[in-house]
Design a protein around this ligand. Sequence first.
Ligand code: V55
Ligand code: FE
Length: 489
Amino acid sequence: MQEFPKTVDFIFLNTPIGEEYSLKGLEVEGEIPADMRGAFFRAVPDPAFPPLYEDDTAISGDGMISRLWFKKDGTVDFDIKYVQTPRHKAEVKAGKALFGRYRNPYTDDPSVKGVDRTVSNTTPIWHAGKLLMAKEDGRAHRIDPITLETIGSYDFGGKLKSETMTAHARVDPETGELFFFGYEADGLASTKVAYCIADKNGELISEQWFDAPYCGLMHDFVITENYAIFPVFPTTADLARLKDGGVHWVHEPDLESWIGVMPRYGDVKEMHWIKGPKGVSVFHFMNCFEDEDGRIHLDQHLTETNAFEFIRRPSGIDVPQSEIKGGLVRWSFDPKGDEITETPLGPPGDLCRIRDADQGRPYNQGWYLSMNPEMKSPPLLGGPVGAAFNALISINPQTGAIEMLPLPPGHAISEPAHIVSSEEGHPGWLLFIIDRQTGENDFEHEAWIVNAGDIEKGPVAKVKIPHRLRPQVHGWWAPQDQLDKAAAA
Ligand code: V55
Ligand code: FE
């Protein structure tokens, strides 16, 4: 039998587990808030078979849907299952990997030519009573939120034309609409982007296509009350390179970034492109809003180059992970302007969270993951970029005021979910998984609950998860009343 490569993508925390399991009535230390009832869905890449290529990346692993369920009776259950993608099913049938490099079908075994190769491993999206597992290279897969069985590839009842759907969708807190896009919408390395809106009932009510300035990695986008904003950063795809069996992405330090701005209910013909700095990279936007003067402010985790080593390496960019500079920065611009002003807001990091109610609006609190500045020992190896975050930050993006929950050495932290409290004026709760190293290749895992308004106090409750976990990418909280409503529908 073939073995997994001994690279950071497949060892330590990133060791593949490949097991579906359920754990009922988990042990809890402390007290779970009485108003925290619902499901924390998590997307976990976990390759079922050793990859065809030694230099494969952790983020090409088969998607698993995981759920930490805070049940009405106060108990907590854990479940995890593979997303039954056509790709996963084909490989299980063959008993080995058949799909090749990250987003390059020309490197696949000929027996799977034409088979949907998305791994649905990036974000669980809960909207209008439906649970989707999305990855930006294909359409999402719909999942039953109770059984975690895969229902199938999801095309909004036959309406979606785009072949792809981003893992980062935005829900407007007032209208309940789901805003999303798909890039490489009609095929590999294409500049076509589909901009879509589903109404609060999940009906696809708008899909418009436009051309990006070049085929760039468009991982996330933002909405404000009046605008849809599509940033493009210079990590690019090229069809000839793909046909040659090469990598999907190369980062281009000398190429400009762009921001496309259009009225969010407007026509894509109104798209206005603003030129940004060369060579920079962003995966996630914390939030975006308009001020009283109509100026737009976009808060984002910027890095001076691409944050993924598996992209830098074939780009000839030789910067170790620990030396990548960046920060939480604000880009301010006028919707019809041609200049961007950059303001630093906070230390480097990623995996931000805001209150759902603050989406696209002026806001005064956000949370994200960073590195503990006091830490003498190196971070744990693992997670999507190979070095795990070990501190939680709460930031007031208006004042720059920061609070931090640094974890002790040998700890890693995953993206938090924010859960609204039913208590008037209460800041709500943050819920996240932490990993603790207990031996060279031994780890313990817990879910921590902290008061979102006082993270420095540490967890009010810890839920023990007595089983190895592979690091998640993104998560999504679905309140119990919404799950009940969906089950009854
Ligand atoms: C990211 C993650 C992906 C991916 C592309 O976080 C970008 C960035 C988990 O998969 O395919
Ligand atoms: Fe992401």
